[in-house]
Design a protein. Structure first.
Length: 316
């Protein structure tokens, strides 16, 4: 299996308990790519984006190679640079971000892809994974072109996976976000929809996973995964709604990449041929481990061993 992950990776600067800033690399779909490769070494995972030619961009390329990501579609921009952000966490592991991405090279990623690139992707890729953040950093014209290319890939047999990861500040308006997110959902084979994300997009603060499932049921998504934080995980598959409990984590250090790692666990199990209950279990297990460590990417030595799910799902 070959998976192409499309989006942005930035330089992450995190302040530790001693007040020292530490540098790493992270980004929503990028985090998923790294964790997916760790869980499924036999899966070819490629990361598609655009970097600059600055020092951080060069270090990002080297990092991708160290974690065994295929970077044949990681382009370079002559004048733009790698985006960056600063992060601080409170005692409950909740985060505060400061972003600097206006001149991020990743915003031009669609412009860097040629017809030959898209042709090669259609021939060499089984799945493409992207997010609402991927869409949000693009211009309106580039979004349109990007979705058109993805729809063409899908017609050619490539499966599409999408995450509704929503950052209001990256969009021109909530209406624009809703239009594009619904378009992406309606043209995907697998969707990860967070209740917190969709609450913002739908302007419905108290929406539950079941209510969200009802809202999105009219869209033609073969497999819809509903992430409701520590409340529950819901699945809507072939009109059947299933719920799975989320076990509490006693010590939450940092919730960064909780959803990204969840996606990776689910995708890895899916590509491994695991049934629905196992997909959710792999996702929950990885996410629970990730939030017990600082930073988006935990040490490889801390990766959990995936074990069979002993509890069955409940019908909603």
């Amino acid at each position: 299996m070959k998976v192409l992950v499309v989006g942005e990776c930035m330089a992450e600067f995190r302040q530790n308990s001693s007040g020292v800033w530490q540098q790493a690399f992270a980004g929503d779909v990028f985090n998923t790519a790294v964790y997916l490769k760790r869980l499924s070494a036999e899966t070819g995972v490629a990361f598609a984006s655009t970097t600059g030619k600055d020092m951080l961009s060069q270090q990002l390329r080297q990092y991708c190679e160290r974690v065994s990501l295929d970077i044949r579609w990681l382009k370079s921009h002559e004048s733009r640079s790698c985006g960056l952000y600063f992060i601080q966490t409170d005692e409950q592991g909740e985060r505060q971000f400061s972003y600097y991405r206006e001149r991020s090279a990743a915003r031009t990623l669609v412009q860097q892809f040629t017809a030959a690139d898209w042709c090669a992707i259609s021939e060499q890729t089984d799945w493409v994974f992207y997010s609402a953040i991927t869409l949000s950093i693009l211009s309106a014209e580039d979004r349109k072109r990007f979705i058109e290319h993805l729809m063409r890939l899908r017609r050619q047999g490539v499966k599409l996976a999408f995450d509704t990861n929503y950052r209001a500040s990256l969009w021109e308006s909530c209406d624009s976000a809703r239009t594009w997110v619904y378009c992406a959902i309606d043209n995907s084979d697998l969707v990860f929809a967070g209740t917190e994300d969709m609450a913002g997009i739908l302007n419905c603060p108290a929406i539950t996973a079941k209510q969200l499932a009802n809202e999105l049921a009219e869209l033609s998504v073969p497999e819809l995964v509903l992430k409701a934080g520590k409340e529950e995980v819901g699945l809507l598959v072939d009109g059947d709604y299933l719920t799975f409990a989320v076990e509490p984590v006693s010590k939450v250090v940092d919730t960064t990449a909780a959803g990204d790692s969840f996606n990776a666990g689910y995708l890895a199990a899916l590509l491994n041929g695991q049934p629905l209950s196992e997909r959710v279990q792999w996702a929950k297990t990885l996410a629970a481990q990730v939030i017990q460590y600082p930073g988006a990417i935990i040490p490889e030595s801390a990766m959990p061993t995936m074990v069979p799910n002993k509890s069955d799902h409940q019908h909603g």
